[in-house]
Ligand binder design. Structure first.
Ligand code: ZN
Length: 317
């Protein structure tokens, strides 16, 4: 027996004010956030289901509230549905980790992408949290990370210095993180999302659930490992018999021959003793034949670069 029929145009968001159980009929996309359904969740006849909650045996009660009409997208905030929920005949349904406190089941979906993922953080913890369509977010010096729900969000985070979570739910999001010495855990749920990580960050893709998502890790710049280039060394040599040391990018190696790690950047450290005239070696006495190599993992230069200016001063104290 249904008590309430609510007819809507456009987007609907559940914020905890409707009597549960709630049924949402014939929406386009539906985005369900962590802790948004305080009961069972059943998704019926969706074209695509993307889920970070494992499927069980949902048994929702008869709806007290039916939301239908000319509905575009549906959202459920944390605490948005106070009991069971049914989503029927949607196009795409995104079920974030920890959406339903009860069981979740997907009945007769056309396509399902599903992984069992624990919610990494409380939804309120993130430095940037966007829900909806096509918004922009920015943060500097973040503490926790980024969470986006919906579609077409763009987020830029700078100066990451501590470990972060990036949780991407929906489609066509674009997230860019730069910083140093931080590990970024990436959670992807949906399709056509891109997360780009700067060269001094470590990343782990905890879940990539869906299709055509991409995590781009920018390579470590080899110039950072060069303390003295060949030109600089020769210029400084000036006039007379001198020993010089310089670094050049090594032939493209995927592995560092020094420490054995997979490496973006490998340099060779050359030594040379020569008679220089105005920065040109006229006569060479000695030259390293098997120059030492090092990479972003084992080079002292990389270690320095990973510190802030202030930390570098502290190290030198
Ligand atoms: Zn190395």
């Amino acid at each position: 027996m249904t008590d309430q029929q609510e007819t809507y145009d456009g987007d609907v968001t559940f914020t905890g004010h409707e009597d549960a159980p709630v049924a949402l009929r014939d929406p386009a996309d539906v985005f369900l956030r962590t802790d948004s359904v305080a009961g069972d969740l059943e998704v019926r006849n969706a074209e695509y289901v993307f889920a970070h909650q494992p499927t069980g045996d949902a048994n929702p009660g008869d709806p007290e509230t039916v939301v239908s009409g000319d509905i575009e997208d549906g959202y459920a905030d944390p605490g948005g549905v106070t009991g069971d929920a049914v989503v029927a005949d949607a196009e795409d349904v995104f079920v974030t980790a920890g959406t339903a406190s009860g069981d979740f089941s997907a009945v007769a979906p056309e396509n399902v992408y599903s992984d069992d993922v624990e919610p990494p953080r409380d939804p309120d913890d993130y430095d940037v949290s966007l829900t909806g369509w096509k918004q922009e977010g920015r943060a500097s010096d973040p503490d926790a990370g980024v969470r986006v729900t919906g579609a077409h969000h763009e987020v830029t985070v700078e100066k990451a210095r501590t470990d972060l979570d990036v949780y991407v739910v929906g489609h066509h999001h674009d997230i860019e993180i730069t910083g140093r010495s931080a590990a970024v855990s990436v959670y992807l749920l949906g399709y056509d999302n891109t997360v780009t990580l700067g060269p001094y960050l470590n990343s782990e893709v905890v879940a990539d659930t869906g299709l055509d998502n991409e995590v781009v890790e920018e390579p470590y710049p080899v110039e950072d490992l060069i303390e003295t280039s060949k030109d600089e060394a020769f210029d400084r040599a000036g006039f007379g018999r001198r020993k010089v040391t310089y670094q050049v990018p090594a032939e493209s190696d995927e592995w560092c021959p020094n420490c054995g790690e997979p490496a973006d950047a490998v340099v060779a450290r050359h030594q040379m003793e020569a008679f220089f005239v105005f920065g040109h070696p006229l006569k060479t006495y000695d030259k390293s034949t098997n120059p030492a190599k090092e990479c972003e993992h084992c080079s002292r230069s990389a270690f320095d670069a990973s510190l802030t200016e202030r930390e570098r001063k502290d190290v030198l104290k």
